[in-house]
Write a protein that binds this ligand. Structure first.
Ligand code: ATP
Length: 470
């Protein structure tokens, strides 16, 4: 399994390193397994994803506000939320090779998603035996019984060691929103229904991280908690499911055929949820969760009210009612979405006498929007190209490249997913034996069709803005 996964993803991983999207973490010290650094193009891609999410889910909506809460929270937050008691996965050890795995994942690989829903550890153990689950590393069937492995990273705060100073790195950003619910309601006074959106790092000590950036121990989440009146939550749940799916397809141009909504069966639902759907994507290693959308009733706010003794009620001034709001939560990983966009965009195209690797990013997502390429690196051609580069740079992330042949430069930009290349040649500046009809025109080459068009320099910025849509 691990080998196959590596094969399917290896071209994308190699492109990511070669072109400065994603590097293995701490590489000069032989690395730190499953950590990744985002290079100059990766960081742009990530930033674009976060900005687009923020705009769609926070600033463009009248009913959503933003928040940036702490990574370190009072440990009682995690007692109330259930993470201290229950945020664990079933860990099994192979007694032959001593590798550790998640029992539910091993079973799901063979029997399908949701097969462990509602099962206790003894039942999971029996399923492992009955289904002759082999160790993915050594192929033997010699497992320990599953035991609970808590995924929260623990650390100490301050200078005194001991129980009193123990804190956790947050395993989700959501609880920061619940903890600030009172503050937002009392000070900002939004009317229900309203949402609070947050983007930030989360940490989980995953048993089996892997599949490149799909599952890591440090990752970023983009989460929305949408508070509503009890009884309206399933309408909002359906609303957000559609809103999220449509955003992927319509705004980010993700291939609809590779997406599906998987509604959790009753047995699979958490005890507090009355509806959960995973938006799944067909990765090179199979279908995997991209986005979790859950109707979480009033569980979290009620738990925090009980633990903190601070009322979490909302007083509806119009209906003169008091209630603890219900909540619908769409929760999405930045890196998961980044991997979806990479897999979706990646193509190796056979051309007549050649081959090219191209990332067909939606222009809004693309890390570089435009590349300015002088045909030669001297004289008026170079000067004009530099002038254009400086001008466009104020508006978009633009790259200037004057090395090697124009064909090679186009290929380089294709690999970065740059939607447009602008070439300045002798005709543009009227140098040498140039065509006077083309004076003041540049050649704009579109990435996907590779079609070239002559555009007047004065009209270039407006032309690009219309085509890029951003
Ligand atoms: P799983 O059951 O696969 O461990 P989960 O259902 O616990 O995942 P959620 O708690 O619903 O995951 O997390 C919400 C979103 O956060 C996920 O849909 C995913 O996009 C992202 N996410 C969760 N865990 C990780 C991780 N370890 N690495 C990267 N992204 C993650």
């Amino acid at each position: 399994m691990a080998k196959k996964v590596q094969d399917a993803l290896k071209d994308i991983i190699s492109l990511c390193k070669r072109r400065g999207f994603i590097f293995p973490g701490s590489e000069i010290y032989d690395g730190l397994a499953n950590t990744w650094d985002y290079g100059p193009y990766g960081v742009e891609l990530k930033r674009n994803i976060k900005n687009l999410w923020w705009k769609k889910f926070v600033t463009s909506r009248k009913d959503v506000v933003g928040l940036d809460s702490s990574i370190l929270l009072n440990p009682n937050v995690w007692v109330a939320s259930g993470h201290v008691g229950n945020f664990s996965d079933p860990l099994v050890d192979c007694l032959d090779c001593h590798e550790r795995f998640r029992a539910d994942h091993l079973l799901e690989d063979k029997l399908g998603e949701g097969c462990c829903a509602g099962k206790n550890f003894d039942e999971i153990h029996d399923m492992m035996v009955e289904n002759k689950i082999e160790c993915p590393t050594c192929g033997k069937i010699n497992w320990t019984k599953p035991r609970a492995f808590n995924l929260m990273f623990r650390t100490e705060i301050g200078v005194i060691e001991g129980e009193g100073s123990k804190v956790y790195l947050r395993p989700e950003t959501a609880q920061g929103i619940f903890v600030d619910f009172r503050n937002i309601v009392d000070n900002v006074r939004p009317r229900i229904p309203f949402g609070v959106g947050q983007i930030g790092k989360s940490f989980r000590n995953e048993i089996t991280p892997g599949n490149f950036i799909f599952r890591t121990r440090e990752f970023e989440q983009m989460e929305l908690e949408f508070f509503c009146e009890p009884g309206t939550e399933l309408d909002w749940y359906n609303f957000w499911r559609k809103y999220c799916f449509d955003w992927l397809v319509n705004d980010l141009s993700v291939n609809k055929e590779k997406l599906r909504l998987r509604e959790h069966a009753k047995e699979e639902l958490s005890h507090y949820s009355n509806g959960t759907t995973d938006v799944e994507y067909e990765f090179p290693f199979g279908w995997g969760e991209l986005w979790g959308i859950a109707s979480r009733t009033n569980f979290d706010l009620t738990q925090h009210q009980n633990q903190s003794k601070v009322k979490q009620e909302y007083i509806d001034p119009v209906q003169n009612k008091r209630y603890i709001p219900y909540v619908v939560e769409p929760s999405l990983g930045v890196e998961r979405l980044l991997l979806v966009l990479l897999c979706d965009a990646y193509e190796v195209q056979k051309l007549e006498n050649d081959e090219r690797t191209v990332l067909h990013f939606d222009p809004k997502v693309a890390p570089v929007k435009v590349a300015v390429l002088p045909l030669v690196k001297k004289g008026q051609v170079k000067a004009k190209a530099e002038e254009l580069y400086e001008k466009l740079l104020g508006r978009w992330n633009v790259e200037y490249d004057e090395t090697q042949s124009i064909g090679k430069r186009y290929r380089r930009q294709d690999e970065l997913g740059t939607p447009f290349c602008v070439t300045v040649d002798f005709d543009t500046v009227g140098e040498g034996e140039s065509d006077p009809a083309k004076l003041g025109f540049v050649t704009v080459r579109e990435r996907d069709s590779m079609k070239q068009e002559l555009v007047k320099i004065d009209e270039l910025e407006a032309y690009l803005a219309a085509k890029l849509g951003c």
